[in-house]
Design a protein around this ligand. Structure first.
Ligand SMILES: [Zn+2]
Length: 345
């Protein structure tokens, strides 16, 4: 059976929030797992990736196979990288983990990501993690092919001719944007005619590429979009909190407008502000329904299947005990002859 499954492991923006009032949606920062084409693709390595790492190790043990996964980084702010030092499959030389991300400094993604895992910030360096078999820039204008029998990820120009069995592989493209401080990559991931777009941290600006984003996300099956703030918070109308306009994030209506402009089929909101308890996130969901009806609020553990699945076989309903004891012939007796009790044999 063909699957294209999306699982949320971290939905919080900015910093982890391990507090009871945030428990229902979850307190881990950005991390999403995608399974398709026999491959595990991970979007961002916020604190949620630490929980995912345990799940991957367990699955590999059951399959008696190494962990094969690719991690795509949207950008390098802490809430998207802080879980990487605790991604334990990277410590095992048997595994094959590849990292891709944007070159945000001119020094290259391999250099930039290595700076978050080096003394004195962490006792080990990235080069000491022998389960990591590749670290590369994700070059916009390129397509990353994954799974489908490929021995390793393959990054190639988007205009390059197709390779054999490419339809069996995950195909990832990226859009570089200035809609978040220090720049960011948005990813579009396609598999067998279905797609999702990941825009975790985004403050749309009509003067700086909203149309470009709509084209990039056009008619995607699933848009995963930043919804960090309420409108009141964004514009500074909330007591005791500063306005957040210009901080690089969306409020609910902006996320819904992005979904409408792109003609997305479904919208999942994520990257909630750490100040927001479950009731506040509930309210974000209610408001979103006013602007884009097919909106879902992300929570830790949410799983979405993008590939149509065959309907489960219809089971014959179990007979009620009273039916089993009833003599069918009795049902057709004339009313005047019908006994007051069903026959007992
Ligand atoms: Zn973020």
């Amino acid at each position: 059976m063909t699957n294209f499954t999306v699982t949320f492991w971290g939905v919080r923006g900015s910093r982890p929030t391990p507090v009871f009032s945030h428990f229902r949606y979850g307190g881990n920062t950005a991390c999403i797992e995608i399974n398709a084409a026999g491959h595990t693709l991970i979007l961002d390595a916020g604190s949620g990736i630490a929980e995912l790492s345990h799940a991957l190790i367990q699955r590999a043990r059951l399959d008696n196979a190494p962990v094969q996964a690719t991690i795509l980084f949207s950008h390098l702010h802490h809430d998207h990288t802080e879980g990487l030092p605790f991604f334990f499959p990277a410590f095992n030389p048997r595994n094959r983990i590849n990292l891709y991300g944007p070159d945000l400094t001119g020094d290259g993604f391999p250099h930039d990501i290595s700076t978050i895992m080096a003394p004195p910030h962490f006792p080990l360096e990235l080069k000491n993690l022998h389960g990591i078999t590749g670290v590369q820039d994700f070059l916009p204008g390129h397509t990353l092919l994954l799974g489908g029998g490929l021995p390793a990820p393959l990054l190639r120009p988007a205009a390059a001719p197709s390779i054999p069995r490419q339809e069996d592989m995950l195909a990832v493209s990226a859009l570089r944007s200035r809609e978040h401080p220090n720049d960011i990559l948005y990813y579009r991931i396609a598999y067998r005619g279905r797609s999702l777009v990941y825009a975790s941290d985004r403050e749309p600006d009509p003067l700086r590429g909203a149309d470009e984003f709509a084209r990039f996300a056009r008619q995607t099956d699933l848009l995963i979009h930043d919804a960090q703030y309420t409108e009141a918070h964004y514009f500074g109308l909330q007591p005791d909190t500063p306005a957040t306009k210009g901080w690089g994030h969306s409020y609910t209506k902006l996320a819904c407008k992005a979904a409408l402009a792109a003609e997305a089929r479904q919208l999942i909101l994520t990257h909630y502000d750490p100040l927001y308890d479950d009731a506040t996130v509930d309210e974000i969901g209610r408001r979103a329904q006013n602007w884009f009806g097919n909106t879902v609020l992300a929570y830790e553990g949410l799983r979405v299947e993008l590939m149509p699945q065959p309907a489960p076989p219809r089971e014959k309903p179990a007979a009620h005990p009273a039916d089993v004891e009833t003599n069918p012939d009795w049902l057709f007796l004339e009313p005047e002859t019908k006994p007051s009790h069903p026959p007992t044999e």
